[in-house]
Design a binder for this molecule. Structure first.
Ligand code: GLY
Ligand code: MN
Ligand code: MN
Length: 441
């Protein structure tokens, strides 16, 4: 878990960058209705949680650097024994100060009355516009109210600055404790993938394999970081397949893309393996190409290379492999230039990983790919997808969808694969599945 000391360090770092005469307004997520009286499980907004560690809806963090009466203010639900009987414990304003180190805290219902006054003496408002239309309107109302008052001589903030710029750059570089949490999430994801491999057999349904994943996630008090993708055969060629409803057939591959979330940090892991425990010759041939692409891409995850280096390496290996297997015809350099591989490999090789699965942080700086630096975490996830009916493609390749995805930390030396505890090679996968089959007897 991330300590309160670290949350405080993050706030101070952000406030140093904001400078004097500015205010940051960071609301958390709102409770979402699933149907009638049923709500979705609550998940805090990542930016809000990154700065507060508070896991409650209806809260707003406010940072005002150098404010003499307190720089860090929290608006939250007041304690209410009757409500808490129904919906569970709240920290309340006293808890916000004692447990979450706010300099001052106010009931959320008082925000319209208090917040405009706090903005009054500031020149710049750091706020992320555009992701919550209802809250955007309230912020504008507060500013307009101040502007009306301006005629009577009050100062008003005259600049809106996107908070993302500063905050998302901070989030891109993971601290030691963030890496510890991400390693824990990846470890449980690996355990889940191993369990799925061992439980898999023809005749099961995709949702039954998903249940094996959930068993490991929930046994470790973790949630899925995103809806698990469990796609057998043709479904493995659907990149965001989440129905997970089909029966698993002897002779097909199964693609599982599933990661757990721990303390609001994600893991994101994909493995592809044969439903019956043995790769066919065609499956193995394509799998070896994707595996070689992933190995080459992971090797590029080191300082001195830029963000695009792993993708470029993967594309080179995939293109050569596709030529060798007769799936592409031509010279590697020309095919890469024409992006001929995109027919079978239509996504990029990865993304930043952190509190959000597709985490924040710019991929380009000043128009050029960003350099990789220690502390950054990214996924490396090449794949090949050949749906049935692919024109000009021999039938033996149809319905093969393969992706291999790992979570990789950039260090000053070799890449650190956080999710390495799950088989990746053909031999390792077949051995683990054979063990699973024996255990089932
Ligand atoms: N699970 C989403 C992704 O791999 O990007
Ligand atoms: Mn994934
Ligand atoms: Mn991913």
């Amino acid at each position: 878990m991330i300590s309160q000391k670290e949350f405080s360090r993050r706030r101070n770092q952000l406030m140093r960058m904001m400078g004097k005469d500015s205010i940051a307004i960071i609301p958390t997520a709102t409770q979402q209705i699933r149907n009638r009286d049923v709500e979705y499980p609550f998940r805090p907004d990542s930016d809000f949680y990154y700065l507060t560690g508070l896991h409650e809806p209806d809260a707003i963090a406010v940072l005002i650097p150098k404010r003499p009466h307190g720089e860090y203010l929290l608006f939250c639900n007041e304690r209410d024994p009757e409500m808490e009987t129904w919906t569970g414990r709240r920290v309340g304003t006293a808890g916000a100060i004692e447990e979450f180190n706010a300099d001052d805290a106010f009931p959320i219902g008082d925000v319209d009355e208090i917040l405009p006054g706090l903005m009054e003496s500031c020149e710049r408002v750091f706020y992320t516009m555009g992701s919550r239309p209802a809250f955007d309107r309230r912020v504008m109302e507060w500013v307009n109210r101040l502007r009306e008052g301006a005629r009577t001589g009050l100062r008003t903030p005259d600049k809106f600055v996107s908070l993302e710029h500063l905050l998302h750059d901070m989030r891109l570089y993971k601290s030691r404790s963030e890496i510890r949490v991400m390693r824990a999430a990846a470890k449980v994801a690996c355990r889940a993938h191993r369990r799925a491999m061992q439980a898999c057999r023809p005749g099961l349904h995709e949702y039954q394999v998903e249940a094996e994943l959930l068993h490991e996630f929930h046994s470790a008090d973790m949630e899925p970081a995103y809806p698990s993708i469990v796609g057998g055969g043709a479904n493995g060629c659907v990149l965001h397949y989440t129905e997970n409803s089909a029966e698993l057939n002897d002779g097909d591959l199964l693609l599982i893309d599933a990661g757990s979330e721990y303390d609001c940090y994600a893991s994101d892991v994909t493995r592809t393996f044969p439903v019956n425990g043995h790769f066919s010759a065609a499956q193995k041939a394509l799998y070896e190409v994707v595996l070689a692409a992933q190995t080459a891409a992971i090797k590029k995850v080191r300082p001195g290379n830029n963000w695009n280096a792993p993708h470029a390496a993967a594309v080179r290996v995939l293109t050569r492999g596709l030529i060798k297997l007769g799936l592409l015809k031509g010279k590697p350099a020309e095919l890469i230039k024409k992006e001929a591989y995109r027919r079978f490999y239509m996504h990029r090789t990865g993304h930043w990983l952190g509190m959000d699965v597709h985490d924040v942080g710019d991929y380009k700086v000043g128009g050029a790919w960003r350099d990789l630096e220690p502390g950054m975490v990214l996924t490396v996830e090449p794949g090949l997808y050949i749906p049935a009916g692919s024109r000009g493609v021999a039938k033996k390749w149809w319905n093969i969808g393969i992706r291999i995805e790992d979570d990789v930390l950039v260090t000053k030396d070799d890449p650190d694969v956080l999710s390495k505890a799950v088989p990746r090679t053909v031999a390792e996968i077949e051995a683990l599945m054979a063990k699973g089959a024996t255990d089932q007897l």
